[in-house]
Design a protein around this ligand. Sequence first.
Ligand SMILES: C[S@@+](CC[C@H](N)C(=O)[O-])C[C@H]1O[C@@H](n2cnc3c(N)ncnc32)[C@H](O)[C@@H]1O
Length: 220
Amino acid sequence: MSAPHLSVLLNEVVSAIAPAPGRHVVDGTFGAGGYARAFLAAGARVTAFDRDPSAARYAEELGPDFRLVIAPFSTMAEVLGEAVADGVALDLGVSSMQLDEAERGFSFLREGPLDMRMSGAGPTAADLVNTEPPAELARIFWIYGEERQSRRIASAIVRRRETTPFTRTTDLAEVIERALGGRRGARVHPATRAFQALRIAVNDELAELEAGLVAAERVL
Ligand SMILES: C[S@@+](CC[C@H](N)C(=O)[O-])C[C@H]1O[C@@H](n2cnc3c(N)ncnc32)[C@H](O)[C@@H]1O
């Protein structure tokens, strides 16, 4: 199957990880398997992780030197047990497939449920915007999105949810756009930073990264 996700910095990652026969590499963010395939092609054994069960569809026929574990990469030390890795690659964030599928709710450009969960478990983005206090919403937009208008967006969300809770991506995007006074010729959509921030919060991505770095140090 040809990869639907264009791997970022593939040559640089392969050169830094130096996969080779006899080496064992962990790909902590399998996605469509672009990195994993390159590590395998260089003769390495690969243990891959992805917290999104739908990533498994790209893992077929990768051979006996490959294993995919559907779990967060923060679990790699437990999963590997005594096994040692010679390299660990983490390609953080979302894949093109996740952004393209409207039903996953990651994109403000696609009408879909306000979900954003990579694993499909736990509270959704709709749960956050419909229940978190305004100060917490503003913190999420400010810290995870570096959104300077974080309080203004949080107030608009809270005002609107009093009458109608949010359920759809484009609905939230429109409320954010209005709160920021429209597009005003901006090249990027006004909801870009807020959507990124919600995705990071829903998936607890910074805590995952911290735990993942500790786990990677243990397995290396
Ligand atoms: C940018 S894509 C990776 C693309 C991959 N390098 C490729 O070449 O196809 C990120 C992937 O990592 C997964 N992911 C993000 N955070 C994760 C985590 N903490 N644990 C496991 N997988 C994670 C996402 O579900 C997504 O499939």
